[in-house]
Design a protein around this ligand. Structure first.
Ligand code: FAD
Length: 462
């Protein structure tokens, strides 16, 4: 019987297996052979400020910035440690340029500047024309640019391989195959796998967007709030001109912004789409509309030179996310079952924070029960506030017109109309639709439910 069974082969499971084994726990690390994990699809930007969006409240923004900054600092130490042990080539690539083109981009960058001052982080105004590797189409040029020198990127494939080497080196016993079910037994847990049962004193679920499915299969759904998936698509290309550093837009309506990240082998990572889904489908390949918006955006907004790039690989992953968008880390109400997930858009950057919280919880049970990431916290649906409806309407319009095709430049009129239309829709329109919206609101904030509502209505009417 091992001390800890860690389930999940993404960056969170990998860092947990490494750090817990390094601290002397007997660790069994159970990894499904799933090429479509969020970690494998990720750009592996170690973001702090560049992830900010303007509409978060101060408390949540502070918590997120502080946590991401702690993750960023820990990665410097951890990457040095992995490098010294021979597990990873030196890194990371430092400095991220943020480019703003739309009014929403510029507003997000205003918040980044303000938070840089508030948290004593580096944010330097630069001329967009001076940003290395930034070659937008003439019609899509940025009006604002920032260099965030504290931020950095790593190569997600190199990182995952290095973490696996490190976990093995520190004595974690690595097993391949899915966990079908977990059961509480004799004060510990038994996991059912293809290769037979695995017993442990405690299990940590680092199963990302599939966490809810595993708990359902185990008749343990009550232990956690629902974890949804933010489906994301990215591609790897070989460009005629080498990418020299990470360039990105701010996060956009229902998306995670566009970014180019240079990889250690001279290829360029292009990311990413983001759409919340209640159905985590790890089998499905990228859809053509996902590739169209990703590639169209990157080749026109960031680097026209990419039009001649070779497409080498596509990837799909599901960012694990809860209603309040904060991670779930710690002990559930069933003491032998712990969880480390719901890292949404920042799981690579936040992985050290999760690993350190988990190490504390295992060493001193109960020590993290009051942490804001505690899985036993209460989450309240935000409701149908006028502000959220207005933001949702703007978000739908921004998403439709993101490509820069602003039609007759009547997007403000369209969002005003959508605001009124949605207010009357939720205030007494189609009953079945209102019920569907109500169910979705139990799982995700309104602004992110609205694109699904939009799709639903278009499908029903279409
Ligand atoms: C396109 C894209 C770009 C992103 N870019 C960034 C970025 O630049 N920076 C950043 O910090 N974050 C980024 N993210 C977010 C980040 O990737 C995630 O937050 C993070 O990878 C989550 O890690 P994880 O280990 O929890 O989940 P995952 O990487 O999804 O891993 C979960 C693992 O659990 C396994 N699993 C699930 N169920 C079972 C089971 N029953 N038995 C055994 N194994 C199971 C799965 O097979 C998978 O291997 C991005 C995400 C996407 C999709």
């Amino acid at each position: 019987v091992s001390d800890v069974l860690v389930v999940g082969g993404g960056v969170v499971g990998a860092t947990l297996a490494w750090r817990l084994a390094q601290q002397g726990a007997t660790v069994v690390w159970q990894r499904a052979d799933a090429p479509r994990s969020a970690s494998a699809a990720s750009g592996a930007m170690l973001s702090v400020l560049s992830e900010l969006v303007p509409w978060q409240d101060d408390h949540q923004r502070d918590l997120e910035v502080t946590s991401r900054a702690a993750g960023r600092r820990a990665w410097d130490r951890w990457l040095a440690e992995l490098g010294e042990a021979g597990d990873l080539p030196p890194g990371p690539v430092r400095g991220v340029h943020v480019l703003g083109r739309t009014a929403a981009d510029v507003e997000a960058m205003r918040v980044m500047r303000a938070d840089a001052v508030r948290h004593d982080l580096l944010a330097e105004d630069v001329d967009p024309r001076e940003v290395p590797g930034y070659r937008p189409d003439r019609s899509m040029a940025a009006v604002d640019a920032l260099l965030l020198a504290d931020e950095a990127t790593v190569d997600s494939a190199d990182l995952l391989a290095a973490l696996e080497r490190a976990a093995r080196r520190c004595g974690a016993s690595v097993r391949t195959g899915r966990v079908e079910r977990i059961e509480l037994a004799g004060g510990g847990v038994v996991a059912t796998t293809d290769a037979g049962p695995v017993e442990a004193d405690q299990v940590v679920l680092a199963t990302g967007a599939e966490t809810t499915a595993l708990l359902r299969a185990s008749d343990l759904s009550d232990l956690l709030p629902t974890v949804l998936g933010g489906r994301g698509v990215s591609v790897l290309v070989r460009s005629p001109q080498l990418a020299v550093g990470c360039i990105r837009t701010p996060n956009r309506a229902f998306a995670c912004g566009l970014h180019l990240v240079p990889r250690s082998d001279g290829t360029t990572y292009v990311g990413a789409t983001n759409r919340r889904t209640t159905r985590v489908d790890t089998e499905s390949a990228p859809h053509l509309d996902e590739l169209t918006s990703l590639l169209g955006g990157a080749t026109s907004e960031l680097d026209v030179g990419l039009r001649k790039a070779e497409l080498l690989m596509t990837a799909v992953g599901h960012r694990p996310v809860t209603l309040d968008r904060l991670p779930l880390v710690g002990r559930t109400s069933a003491a032998p079952v712990l969880v480390a997930t719901a890292t949404w858009r920042n799981g690579v950057g936040l992985a050290p924070v999760l690993a350190e919280l988990m190490a504390d919880e295992l060493a001193w049970p109960g020590s993290t029960k009051d942490h804001p990431f505690a899985p036993t916290r209460t989450m309240t649906p935000a409701g149908l506030g006028a502000d959220a409806l207005r933001r949702g309407a703007e978000g739908i319009v921004d998403a439709i017109f993101e490509s820069g095709q602003t039609g007759l430049s009547r997007s403000s009129e369209l969002s005003a109309f959508l605001d009124v239309a949605m207010t009357s829709l939720v205030g007494g329109g189609d009953d079945a639709l209102v019920r569907q919206i109500g169910r979705l609101l139990e799982l995700a904030p309104l602004e992110e439910v609205l694109p699904t509502v939009h799709d639903l209505v278009v499908r029903q009417r279409g």
